[in-house]
Design a protein around this ligand. Structure first.
Ligand SMILES: *Cc1c(COP(=O)(O)O)cnc(C)c1O
Length: 422
């Protein structure tokens, strides 16, 4: 489902050779495919075409302006989790009416900024947050539409750091207390309850946890309506997973996910929102890196790359598995090798893969990390004073740098000395 394929012995992004991008921008870098982004968005848009819906891209997975513009122009809404993301969406031309504001710790300033700029709805996560939002709305003389995020207490069966729908997680209000909290919301004059929000985690590879959560949402919808609340919109969150390893079983298809939504909540006549992030951006991006050295250890070989954990933190942070492939297509029957694939950073956590079988490569060869579009560039840092790596967008046979690599001077120049040290 992506546009990164070998052609004539070399890896391409759409109609652009990865090696040509590397020659222009240097390594490491991220590269995204416009066609893949658009295709993924329209798969979800189509999967919900049985009813009124909006696919809100979870911007936290990949928030470059060019990417947001591609998706926004295709008709996507945006799910934002900070004032910065809200302003990024607006700067890329996404109308406020297509932006939903999620997150467990919105500040009053962020609420004000989004209300003034225009917002589709706030997904409220607690009673104290509700009280602050009500105060901000009233101070601005408006009534803001809200959903309340409920925590359905289902096990998403994913990595603990990205599970959000169990009662021990910090997200949402317990579904058992939902009626009480909606009753309170209904009394706040600055807020208008319009629906329910749920998001149970990320990188879910089966539909069963979604089904359990959406059935609970359907039941709650009927209860809340019986209590007199208007429930006309259901935000069903994001979280659908992607296959990181080619050998893995394929995660659920968008059409099956859309059919599940129709089956569980379709009869309620609500407008449906979903907030997919990774499943849209993940396979739309690669991180490309160069082999610096092949180093022989006591009992293993290390592939030392110029990319590191500051550029792509997922393996270090979530024990994530990324397919790592040579940019020159290996000849059939090429010599296999087994490597510990590492970056240059001074800690052992800077390891992308241990004991990885892949075609043999040598110094100066390029390798590509597949499925690096989501939670890659957005989580990168300048740890070890390694300048942020560039992002590149491909569209057909064109490519452009969409975030340049800072020079060393620019990176160092961001620090300032206090007057007494000047
Ligand atoms: C992270 C997040 C998403 C997106 O999750 P993916 O796994 O990338 O689809 C959607 N909604 C909320 C509230 C989130 O926190």
């Amino acid at each position: 489902m992506d546009h990164f394929v070998y052609r004539g012995g070399a890896l391409y992004a759409e109609d652009v050779a990865i090696a040509d991008i590397a020659a222009t921008v240097g390594t490491p870098f991220y590269v995204y495919s416009t066609a893949t982004l658009k295709r993924h968005f329209s798969l979800f848009d189509d999967a919900l075409s049985w009813g009124d819906h909006l696919v809100c891209f979870a911007m936290k997975s990949l928030s470059n302006q060019a990417v947001i513009k591609v998706l926004g122009d295709a008709g996507a809404g945006m799910d934002v989790v900070s004032g910065g993301e809200y302003l990024r969406a607006r700067a890329a031309g996404v109308p406020g009416g297509r932006i939903v504001f999620s997150g467990v710790g919105k500040t009053a300033d962020e609420m004000r900024l989004a209300i003034e700029g225009g917002i589709r709805q706030f997904n409220v996560e607690s009673e104290p947050e509700m009280i602050v939002l009500d105060q901000v709305a009233r101070s601005l003389g408006v009534v803001v539409p809200i959903t309340v995020r409920v925590n359905p207490d289902v096990d998403a069966k994913t990595h603990a750091k990205i599970a959000t729908g169990k009662s021990e997680n910090k997200f949402g209000i317990p579904i058992s207390r939902a009626r009480e909290v909606y009753a309170m919301a209904a009394k706040l004059p600055g807020l208008k309850v319009i629906g329910i929000d749920v998001h149970i985690g990320s990188q879910l590879t089966e539909l069963a946890p979604f089904e359990a959560a959406y059935n609970k949402v359907a039941e709650l919808t009927e209860q809340l309506r019986a209590d007199g609340h208007e429930i006309s919109r259901l935000d069903l969150g994001g979280g659908l997973g992607i296959p990181y390893a080619r050998s893995n079983e394929a995660p659920p298809l968008p059409t099956d996910y859309g059919a599940l939504i129709q089956r569980t909540v379709g009869h309620l006549g609500c407008e449906i929102e979903i907030e997919p992030g990774r499943v849209i951006s993940g396979n739309a991006g690669l991180m490309v890196s160069k082999v610096l050295y092949v180093k022989s250890g006591e009992d293993r070989e290390f592939l030392i790359l110029d990319g590191a954990m500051n550029d792509l933190i997922r393996p270090a942070m979530y024990e994530a598995w990324h397919d790592i492939v040579p940019v020159i297509e290996p000849a059939p029957g090429a010599e296999p090798a087994t490597y510990d694939i590492v970056g240059p950073i001074c800690e052992s956590g800077d390891t992308f893969a241990k004991g990885r079988d892949m075609p043999a490569v040598q110094a100066d060869d390029l390798v590509a990390f597949r499925s690096a579009g989501a939670y890659g560039a957005v989580m990168s840092s300048e740890y070890n004073s390694r300048p942020m790596i560039p992002e590149v967008l491909v569209d057909g046979d064109q490519f452009a740098v969409i975030r340049p690599r800072p020079t060393y001077e620019e990176m160092i120049g961001r620090d300032t000395l206090p007057p007494w040290l000047e």
